[in-house]
Ligand binder design. Structure first.
Ligand code: BES
Ligand code: ZN
Ligand code: ZN
Length: 487
């Protein structure tokens, strides 16, 4: 499926179907015709209301307003319906609130992300006949301040290409997160990473059990102990010639989280194949950045392992010595992501960088704090936190800051080791997990670090907005938007 910008009036483009957005319930627009039918069918143009008029080759879709989030979700809603029809092409006008670039990006992403479905394990694959989508350069409203000026076609085409690269990679992230956990082992993860690195000319190093032992990554190794697969630390590097910044991305790659001996109840264990969502997003982001040729050096560090049970499982009451020398009292083996990340963060700080961001499906508490659709952003640098939030607002992903405080830090005190892997309080679990990670950030790097807990939006057993059932690919779009803003 390809999206093309056509420099013609909407009515002059030939296609099998025309999509018309009814914005803010307003039927007074040159593209909204068929008023008699709209009235007969009682179509009001409520947000996401859809009416197909097959004989007229038209579909009307309600959109609350022209904000990019709404254009994105309306486009996703309507393409899911269109994919069920026997059509080859459809067309739509150019909608936007502030500028056409933002509008075309939202519509394109809505179509490409909304059309996603994971069918790897279905014996009968549903194929759609849809081949091309045409976006007319004719705008729904004139550019504010430029009443007679035409839109910049070259610019819009560039944005359209960019959004196709981003969407393709979001769908790649979704694919690997959605895969069954016995198929996507740490070894399979590193095989995929190698394959993608080769395709994109990225450097890659993979460390197995022996190498991790040498590095002293005993927290990571402990989590891995009961698994039948070896741990894999995957380090990819994208090094463009004229890099303006250097960023390190660290991803939690638990290919399955049973909880370990502090076993999860059956219902909570279900969906824990998504516990490598952070790692997948980090891989997808470095691939996207290299495809877009962003002038930013990126190091992606992925800690891949299972958290399994077995004779050799690490135990609550164990004490582990992390790579940076800190000792950790294990009081709950289900708080395993922070153990893997502690070592990965220590490893990732060996070289100099401008910023370091870790991405993890870290705590259920993040969802309690902000709801299931929003990622939590934490760190000691308010400007950096805010830069991530601003990027999320541009991307259409939901994020908000959770603020650290010194009282929470005390809850991680251990009587027998340097730190406990869980808080002594049942409140503020997303924050205490974030503070735990912060203890593995070197003093000189504290203001360069940001932690993003994606436990909520990484995976849903339902469709929401532009996200289909399953993995969302979050927060790839926000990370790319943040990186683009650093240039
Ligand atoms: N992978 C889970 C967090 C999670 C929960 C992600 C739900 C997505 C959805 C993590 O390893 C975990 O189990 N965290 C514990 C921490 C607790 C033991 C302090 C949790 O959130 O309950
Ligand atoms: Zn866990
Ligand atoms: Zn986990």
């Amino acid at each position: 499926m390809k999206i093309k910008l056509i420099d013609k009036k909407l009515k002059d483009i030939k296609s099998d179907l025309e999509v018309v957005f009814v914005v803010n319930k307003s039927l007074k627009h040159r593209w909204v015709q068929d008023l008699e039918y709209l009235d007969k069918t009682n179509f009001k143009g409520d947000d996401e209301e859809i009416l197909f008029l097959h004989e007229k080759k038209k579909v009307y879709v309600g959109v609350e307003n022209l904000e990019h989030e709404n254009l994105r979700t309306a486009s996703a809603q309507v393409i899911r319906q269109i994919l069920k029809l026997k059509l080859k092409t459809f067309k739509i006008g150019l909608y936007f609130e502030k500028n056409p670039e933002e509008g075309i990006k939202a519509i394109s992403e809505g179509f490409l992300l909304g059309a996603y479905s994971f069918q790897k394990y279905k014996s009968k694959i549903k194929k759609s006949s849809l081949k091309e989508i045409f976006i007319s350069s004719e705008a729904y409203k004139t550019l504010p301040g430029y009443e007679n000026k035409k839109v910049n076609i070259k610019n819009l085409e560039k944005i359209l290409d960019e959004s196709a690269v981003i969407s393709k990679n979001v769908n790649f992230v979704r694919d690997i997160v959605n895969e069954a956990p016995s198929d996507l082992s740490p070894l399979e993860f590193s095989r995929i990473a190698k394959e993608e690195a080769q395709k994109n000319n990225l450097q890659i190093k993979i460390y197995g059990e022996k190498e991790l032992k040498k590095l002293g990554m005993n927290a990571f190794l402990a989590v891995n102990r009961a698994s039948t697969y070896p741990p894999q630390l995957i380090h990819l590097v994208y090094k463009p010639k004229q890099a303006k910044k250097k960023i390190v991305l660290v991803g939690k790659g638990l290919t399955y989280d049973t909880g370990g001996l502090s076993l999860k109840p059956g219902e909570s264990m279900l969906t824990m194949k998504m516990d490598m969502g952070g790692a997948a997003a980090v891989l997808g982001t470095i691939l996207t950045a290299s495809e877009l040729k962003l002038p930013i050096e990126i190091d992606a560090v992925i800690g891949a392992t299972e958290n399994a049970i077995g004779q050799d499982a690490y135990k609550p009451d164990d004490v582990l010595k992390a790579m940076n020398g800190k000792t950790i009292e294990v009081r709950n083996t289900d708080a395993e992501g922070r153990l893997v990340l502690a070592d990965c963060l220590a490893y990732a700080q060996k070289e100099k960088f401008d910023f370091i961001a870790d991405i993890a499906t870290l705590t259920g508490a993040s969802m309690i704090a902000l709801g299931e659709y929003t990622s939590s952003v934490m760190g000691y640098n308010n400007d950096l936190n805010q830069a991530i939030i601003n990027a999320s607002k541009k991307s259409g992903e939901l994020m908000d800051v959770l603020p650290f405080n010194k009282y929470l830090a005390k809850l991680l005190k251990s009587e027998i080791a340097d730190i406990s892997n869980i808080s002594s309080s049942k409140y503020g679990g997303a924050l205490t997990a974030g503070i735990f990670l912060g203890e593995f950030i070197e003093k000189k790097n504290k203001n360069k670090w940001v932690h993003i807990d994606i436990a909520g939006p990484a995976y849903k057993e339902k469709t929401w907005g532009e996200n289909s059932y399953g993995a969302s690919g979050a927060p790839l779009r926000t990370l790319i938007s943040w990186l683009e803003n650093l240039i």
